[in-house]
Ligand binder design. Structure first.
Ligand code: PMP
Length: 397
């Protein structure tokens, strides 16, 4: 039987990251590939107690709820966002989703006709690209440097392409691990207002900030509630398995997204939402996040030390100020896609940079390294293997 799929599925591809994870999970490979938090740091007791608390009220938590999600959790999230300066949204303009991934999907579903333009950083989050492409949006990359999108190219492309939206991960980005400067954040908001373009701010990593003395105001906090949609998630700070994220934004957009959600899954896992409400009430989430920061920062420093020690030819990187990823660029003649097989055979995995790029400017010499999922010993061992493999390959190309 030849199955007659819809045209749009020709854009669907398995993610390069998931494919690597599948290979790696079978063998005895040290993996810097996935964007995984450390299992050992999961707040197991906190989550267990939160579910116990959920069931104290009997069977009620097992019923269908409203599409927008469990109201008491939405209220808590509005309060938590206000602490970061995002104070223009009400619980009514906040939708709980099955991870922030679903927020990206629902937004795209209600916004993009085939061919509509979305501007992104380059490189950018791979699974967002998959969503945009699945709705046949036209993704156009904007030149970026270490501080964010570059003003001239951004304004030029807004004028030229009249995009519907600009998608950004401005705080400890995936994959590049960088942080936008305040100047670039303000600039983005002012251009969005000037040209009437929506900004989609994806912020799963913002809480994992390594230097408490620095301030990275969310882009949503610089707006008046009209031009920015802000999404975040419990995946990186609590556990990914609860599949709970949220999106806040202008009420009209959230309302339409909520209608699209009814067609998609009615509402996300409300048991998770209720448990997360109890977790936020009874467990010291901020102390837990501080602990994650301490551990992850020290792992990043170990990875940095190993990188510096290895003195790789032509190496460039920006030291991550938070989040989960190191983005490194090797000498221009290196191809990290080709190198991956050799690395995996030797016992270490990473994600090559190429799949994160949009358009023609693809850097074959880049790679993304996750530093949160491996223990310090594994980071040292894995980086030892990886840097030797890189050096050996360098002499051959
Ligand atoms: N956005 C970015 C930038 C991410 O890195 C991730 C997780 N890899 C997500 C969204 C989705 O996270 P979740 O669906 O688990 O909330």
């Amino acid at each position: 039987m030849r199955y007659a799929f819809a045209k749009r599925v020709r854009h669907l591809q398995s993610s390069a990251v998931r494919d690597i994870l599948k290979v790696v999970s079978k063998g005895n490979v040290i993996s810097f590939a996935g964007g995984l938090p450390d299992d050992d740091l999961f707040p197991l007791d906190g989550v267990r107690e939160a579910f116990e608390k959920t069931f104290e009220t009997g069977k009620k938590p097992l019923q269908y709820i409203e599409t927008e999600g469990y109201m008491p959790l939405r209220e808590i999230l509005v309060d938590r966002m206000a602490i970061k300066g995002i104070d223009t949204y009400t619980p009514e303009s906040l939708l709980l989703t099955t991870g922030s991934q679903q927020a990206i999907d629902l937004f795209s579903r209600v916004m993009f006709n085939p061919g509509d333009v979305i501007l992104t950083e380059n490189p950018t989050y791979l699974a967002a690209l998959q969503v945009f492409e699945s709705y046949e949006a036209n993704v156009i990359p904007v030149e970026s440097d270490e501080f964010g999108m570059i003003e001239e190219d951004l304004e030029h492309k807004i004028r030229k392409y009249k995009p519907k939206c600009i998608y950004v991960v401005p705080t400890f980005s995936n994959p590049a691990g960088k942080v936008w400067s305040m100047e670039r954040r303000n600039l983005l908001v002012s251009l969005a207002h000037k040209y009437h373009v929506m900004i989609f701010e994806d912020d799963p990593y913002g809480d994992l900030q390594f230097h408490s003395n620095e301030t990275y105001t969310p882009i949503a906090a610089l707006d008046d509630g009209t031009h920015v949609l802000y999404t975040s998630t419990f995946s990186k700070t609590v556990v990914p398995a609860l599949r709970t994220g949220w999106i806040a934004g202008p009420h009209q957009i959230i309302r339409i997204m909520s209608q699209a959600k009814q067609a998609n899954d009615l509402h996300s896992n409300s048991l998770s939402q209720q448990a997360l409400f109890h977790l936020c009430q009874n467990f010291d989430l901020d102390a837990h996040i501080n602990n994650l920061i301490t551990v992850y920062r020290s792992r990043m420093e170990i990875m940095l030390e190993e990188l510096e020690k290895a003195k790789l030819p032509g190496l460039t990187y920006v030291v991550p100020k938070g989040g989960m990823f190191f983005w490194i660029e090797l000498d221009e003649k290196m191809n990290t896609g080709d190198l991956l097989n050799v690395a995996v055979k030797n016992g270490v995995a990473y994600v090559p940079g190429a799949p994160f790029y949009v358009g023609k400017k693809v850097q074959q010499n880049a790679m993304r390294l996750n530093f949160t999922h491996s223990t310090p010993d594994k980071i040292k061992k894995g980086m030892g293997i990886l840097t030797s493999v890189i050096k050996e390959q360098y002499t051959k190309v």
